[in-house]
Design a protein around this ligand. Structure first.
Ligand SMILES: NC(=O)c1ccc[n+]([C@@H]2O[C@H](COP(=O)([O-])OP(=O)(O)OC[C@H]3O[C@@H](n4cnc5c(N)ncnc54)[C@H](O)[C@@H]3O)[C@@H](O)[C@H]2O)c1
Length: 330
């Protein structure tokens, strides 16, 4: 197959590109290297049947021939990371919206199956507000409850939600084979810490003997899925025509508090680091809101393709710690 991956120099995209290329597919990556890195594609650059194009998904003349030439597209390009989003609110909104417009128009014209990367952020605070007892996980059909427009934190979530609306509108009006995946926290060895991702941030601090900064009370609960589990699942989903026009959660149902996560990372790295709590205001500026809990109900995707997740949280942390140790030695 000819596979087209936008955002393919990023964390998930480069892992997907490597996996599909290893399976014998021809892979083309389009990335503007805003948060992605060319180093993520080492081992792929210069290989037969691998193509890297530096450019933006907002450029229709760049996207059109790439879409025409592919059998399937994974649209992963987006501004990502809470720190990045808070610092670049205009770019966050415009790149998501201009990018999805260009990508869907091209996919519709050539009738190409396309996976749209969405996010658990689209649920906003719905679990906190709909389920104060905190007994259930988020389902695809749940209401979305987000903050007001004065809080930039929700700009990313809302622009991703608009991506979903537009993709489903193309499916309805033009039969474009779209599949929407709401990624919950995805982690693994190549993820960068500078855009605010919690596991690489904690692991780097623990290995350096620095304090681990926990935002808020640390009692907020999260779940983490290994990127290798994610990239095994995505092509199986795209091979399934029943997935077209559907929205799926993809996350790990096992959750942990951020305080417990920090303690576990200190233990696994054998670090002398301590934990310090920092208010959300100090971390992100005034008015920042967060969810207490964000856990995926994955029964829908499981019923369709049978999820066989292979990595526990400890496996993930061991992989990330080993990769950081190796990078420090290099
Ligand atoms: N990692 C997670 O936990 C997570 C959670 C929810 C959703 N997602 C979604 O998954 C996708 C991939 O995320 P990631 O974690 O790999 O992040 P990433 O930042 O590593 O990857 C995003 C890539 O998109 C590229 N990009 C950004 N704007 C672009 C543009 N206009 N044109 C071309 N390329 C552009 C970046 O340079 C980067 O390589 C994103 O759409 C993100 O919203 C990720």
């Amino acid at each position: 197959m000819q596979v087209f991956i936008t955002g393919g120099a990023g964390f998930i995209g480069s892992t997907l590109a490597r996996s599909l290329h290893r399976q014998g597919h021809a892979v083309t990556v389009l990335d503007n290297l805003s948060t992605g890195r060319i180093d993520n594609l080492s081992g792929l650059l210069g290989q037969p049947h691998f193509n890297f194009i530096e450019g933006s998904v907002t450029e229709a003349p760049t996207v059109a021939p790439l879409m025409a030439a592919c059998d399937v597209c994974y649209h992963l390009a987006a501004p990502v990371g809470v720190h990045y989003i808070m610092q670049h609110p205009v770019r966050t909104i415009l790149e998501n919206i201009r990018g999805i417009d260009v990508i869907l128009e091209a996919a519709a014209r050539h009738h190409r199956p396309i996976l749209i990367a969405s996010t658990s952020e689209v649920y906003g605070r719905s679990l906190d507000l709909l389920d104060p007892q905190q007994t259930r996980s988020l389902r695809e059909s749940d209401y979305r409850i987000e903050g007001d427009t004065q809080n930039h934190r929700w700009a990313y979530a809302n622009s991703k939600a608009l991506d979903e609306f537009l993709a489903l509108a193309y499916y309805k009006e033009r039969g474009t084979p779209v599949v929407i995946v709401r990624f919950f926290n995805t982690v693994g060895p190549n993820q960068l810490s500078q855009y605010g991702m919690v596991i690489p941030r904690f692991v780097e601090a623990a290995l350096a003997g620095r304090e681990l900064l926990v935002y808020g009370t640390g009692e907020q609960r999260r779940s983490f899925l290994h990127v290798d589990d994610v990239v095994r699942v995505l092509p199986r989903l795209m091979a399934c025509p029943q997935a077209y026009g559907q929205v799926f959660n993809l996350g790990n149902p096992d959750e942990i508090t951020i305080n417990e996560l920090a303690r576990l990372i200190i233990q696994l790295t054998d670090s002398s680091s301590t934990i310090r709590h920092v208010s959300y205001e100090q971390a992100y500026g005034s008015g920042f809101e967060d969810m207490n809990r964000r856990t995926a109900d994955i029964s829908k995707i499981d019923a369709l393709i049978g999820l066989d997740l292979q990595y526990s949280l400890r496996d993930i942390l061991r992989d990330v710690i080993a990769a950081r140790r190796q990078a420090l030695r290099a």
